[in-house]
Design a protein around this ligand. Structure first.
Ligand code: CP
Length: 315
């Protein structure tokens, strides 16, 4: 059976720790992917994830081929499954896939024989991002030995309902013992999130002083647009897709400003999976400030993806 990584929900703590420990030792990996080909099938935009998979694969000795959705025969009516089976027929060894549709990676995994790694599918999961976020949280708080996050609390703030990043981070962090507080207005942080084992708060001010990390999320305007008619999009364009009553209201309650960052605990960190909308969910002085581990997350993304690729091919 090929080793797919499609999501972190339901993954036991032992499996998470195996991947995180492997990430911790990723610098010691030689070239377990020498002679192999990793195909990045990206049907949605990406800067970090696609480049990070490519860097990780090359460091492990693999060759990388990229298929961009905007330049593929998907635009001529070919299905995701046909696209993936055609790429596999060329003899690739691992497929990473990013797609707008939740469940796309799992669908492809059911139709190919090589390992499939979910690089983000719709609002569902982004498992390598969840792993790198968990790794970075553990690293900042000296928990790399056992990846035991008990006693630590993280606030995930903003557009959680639309966020595959949040879903994967919640799964990994709660499984490893962290307390997770989801912070946002009801449409973005609905009470139903509590089924994932998290707490829900309505303002950042009520939690900012007590947490060990604040992870800000971008508002996923493009996902809120899905399924709407052009007329409805036009009517709502004044307030960016109707997601927000007003950007100012969102900023008042949820933006990580320098004033709010100054109230965080001494060792508390600021995280963001990117891309950042500076001046909306996070201010530039905070994103670039001393608490920020945002670029550390990006660097850790390479070690996590090296570990996942090596694991996928049985290394
Ligand atoms: N965090 C993340 O998935 O970024 P990209 O969309 O740039 O890959």
């Amino acid at each position: 059976m090929p080793r797919h990584l499609l999501g972190l929900q339901g993954l036991p703590a032992a499996d998470l720790r195996e991947l995180l420990h492997a990430a911790d030792h990723a610098d010691t990996l030689a070239t377990p992917l020498a002679g192999r080909i990793v195909a990045n099938l990206f049907f949605e935009d990406s800067t970090r994830t696609r480049t990070s998979f490519a860097v990780a694969a090359k460091r492990l000795g693999a060759e990388v081929v990229d298929l961009w959705g905007f330049a593929s025969s998907i635009n001529k009516g070919e299905t995701l499954i046909d696209t993936a089976t055609n790429v596999e027929a060329m003899g690739v060894d691992v497929i990473t896939v990013r797609a707008r549709q939740s469940g796309a990676a799992e669908l492809i995994a059911r139709h190919v024989m090589c390992p499939v790694i979910n690089a983000g599918d719709g609002k569902h999961e982004h498992p390598t991002q969840g792993l790198l976020d968990t790794y970075t949280f553990a690293e900042a708080h000296g928990r790399l030995d056992h990846f035991d996050l008990s006693g630590l609390t993280i606030a995930i703030v903003g557009d959680i309902a639309a966020s595959r990043v949040a879903r994967s981070a919640i799964a990994a962090m709660t499984t490893l013992g962290a307390k997770v507080i989801c912070v946002g207005p009801a449409p973005m942080a609905p009470p139903s999130l509590e089924r994932l084992g998290v707490h829900v708060a309505r303002t950042l001010d009520e939690v900012v002083e007590s947490v060990d990390a604040v992870m800000m999320l971008r508002i996923q305007f493009e996902r809120h647009e899905e399924g709407k008619t052009d007329a409805k999009k036009d009517a709502e364009s004044a307030n960016r897709g109707g997601v927000l009553a007003s950007v100012r209201e969102f900023r008042d309650l949820y933006a990580l400003t320098p004033e709010r960052a100054a109230r965080m605990k001494d060792r508390a960190i600021v995280m963001h999976p990117g891309p950042i909308n500076r001046g909306l969910e996070i201010d530039a002085d905070v994103a670039d400030g001393p608490r920020s581990v945002i670029l550390r997350q990006v660097a850790n993304g390479v070690r996590v993806r090296k570990a996942v690729l090596a694991w996928a091919v049985g290394g």
